[in-house]
Design a protein around this ligand. Structure first.
Ligand code: GLP
Length: 242
């Protein structure tokens, strides 16, 4: 079931997401599912500001990230490992041992998928943050991914690599071709989900997620079956559902 919040601008979108995050982090041993990309950065800034000014502690927080590129080391400036440390973890008091990010540079990637899914199954994610790709992907679950998928390796769509080329000096050839991602079934086990989407280029994907047929053509449409999803949009991303 979708609770839809339409805010005026990105800062208000981030504030709405932060309100939900703050109440989750206030619990005893919260487990967060985290995303990369531009969409959650405003939320992460608010978490850092709150930690700095109000002393909100992340000592008891455990995190699981959705996905990671395959074929670049963790030390690469565009790895999701680096992204998460720069944009969030390095600025909080979260213990490194509580941070889980799939390894995209494991010698045996199939084994890494199994290992990550096993770790995920030991917990329940209290709050999962999601962005959405312009093709309706969540995590890196591209169109066609089975709804019952668990952590797996995904070949990235050309559109996704084009969208992400901005992080690789606009050179699509530098964008990895594959990623490891939590599957759609892994994501659906979260108790609560927030989807953040802003900008006109997300309007079609947002429509497909909320109003479109439930189909693997739009992976995010699986969320129609989840009991607790808050979708936080700006006016542009909400254009087709209003
Ligand atoms: C990326 C990530 C997703 C993210 C999406 C949207 O490829 N793998 O987790 O939600 O695409 O990214 P952005 O928020 O930058 O638009």
């Amino acid at each position: 079931m979708f609770n839809i919040v339409i805010a005026d601008d990105y800062d208000m979108v981030s504030s709405e997401a932060f309100k939900i995050m703050r109440s989750t982090v206030a619990r005893d041993n919260p487990v967060l599912g985290l995303a990369t990309g531009s969409s959650p950065v405003g939320l992460y800034k608010k978490m850092i500001a709150d930690h700095n000014s109000n002393g909100t502690s992340y000592k008891n927080v455990v995190t699981f990230n959705l996905d990671e590129y395959i074929g670049i080391p963790r030390s690469h400036e565009q790895s999701y490992y680096t992204f998460m440390h720069e944009n969030l973890f390095d600025n909080l008091d979260i213990p490194e041992a509580s941070i889980h990010i799939p390894h995209g540079d494991a010698a045996d990637m199939e084994a890494e998928c199994g290992r990550y899914e096993e770790e995920l199954k030991k917990v329940t994610i209290d709050l999962q943050i999601l962005g959405i790709g312009t093709d309706g992907h969540i995590g890196f679950n591209e169109p066609g991914t089975p709804f019952e998928s668990e952590t797996h390796i995904m070949e990235l769509e050309e559109q996704t690599r084009k969208d992400n080329a901005r992080f690789f000096e606009d050179d699509i050839d530098e964008v990895p071709t594959h990623a490891i991602t939590m599957g759609l079934a892994s994501i659906m086990r979260a108790a609560k989900i927030i989807v953040i989407a802003t900008g006109a280029n997300k309007a079609n994907a947002v429509y497909g997620m909320i109003k479109g047929p439930k189909s693997t053509d739009c992976p995010a449409s699986i969320l129609q079956d989840h009991p607790d999803v808050t979708v936080i949009l700006d006016q542009e991303a909400a254009a087709r559902i209003k």
